[in-house]
Design a protein around this ligand. Structure first.
Ligand SMILES: O=C([O-])CC(=O)C(=O)O
Ligand SMILES: [Mg+2]
Length: 208
């Protein structure tokens, strides 16, 4: 399987099926979809927002490349770094989605762009970041390793999301065998469920 085929496979495979074959990389379930149950797939750009600095967010937004997912850790977890304006900029930059280990704001505007910009976060708040300008003085770190919802994220990691939450995978760690297993499971599962519903003896179907 070529790398392009693997990425295409990852785009298609059900996240809970990956959950059958992987143990690491799943963010804590507190991180959930905020603006619809849309599929997220892209490359991580990380921001460690140690202070609630809107200027640091703007620096990261300006650097965004198409297909990237903005992944933000919010120090203290009380300030929203993402809302109507941030989301509009992210869409304009071709961003694939946003993951915030913390709250977001302006939920109506986020829902409007849900199809193009899936946003995952821990909740909502009206308390937003402020124009502190601490990034140039080292108050926040852009494109370093961060931990979000119990999972380590490096810039360039693959970030997947759906109704079930967020999964982070190292781009190098992509394993064709694991992906094949998951795709086969997705292919076979409808037939297994159909047999259960048809009344085929359960003992003939379940692995025991
Ligand atoms: O300013 C912020 O921190 C978030 C916000 O409200 C927006 O992007 O509209
Ligand atoms: Mg706003």
């Amino acid at each position: 399987m070529s790398r392009v085929e693997m990425l295409e496979g990852l785009r298609k495979v059900e996240l809970p099926t990956l959950g059958h074959v992987l143990e690491e990389g799943f963010c804590h379930p507190q991180l959930r979809p905020m603006n619809g149950e849309n599929r997220l797939f892209g490359i991580a750009r990380t921001l460690d927002l140690r202070e609630p600095d809107a200027v640091a967010v703007n620096h990261a937004l300006l650097a965004l490349q198409p297909g990237e997912v903005m992944v933000i850790r919010v120090g203290g977890g009380l300030h929203a770094p993402v809302g109507a304006v941030t989301a509009a900029v992210a869409v304009a930059q071709g961003c694939a989605g946003i993951v915030v280990d913390g709250p977001v704001t302006d939920i109506a505007a986020l829902r409007e762009v849900g199809q193009r910009l899936p946003v995952f976060a821990t909740g909502l708040t009206a308390r937003t970041t402020k124009r502190l300008g601490t990034l140039p003085r080292g108050g926040c770190a852009h494109q370093g390793e961060i931990e979000i919802a119990g999972t380590t994220v490096h810039p360039g990691d693959l970030v997947l999301g759906d109704a079930h939450g967020v999964l982070v995978m190292s781009a190098e760690g992509l394993d064709a065998d694991i992906l094949d297993q998951a795709l086969a499971s997705d292919r076979d599962e409808p037939e297994l469920i159909a047999k259960i519903r048809r009344g085929v003896p359960l003992a003939d179907l379940l692995v025991v």
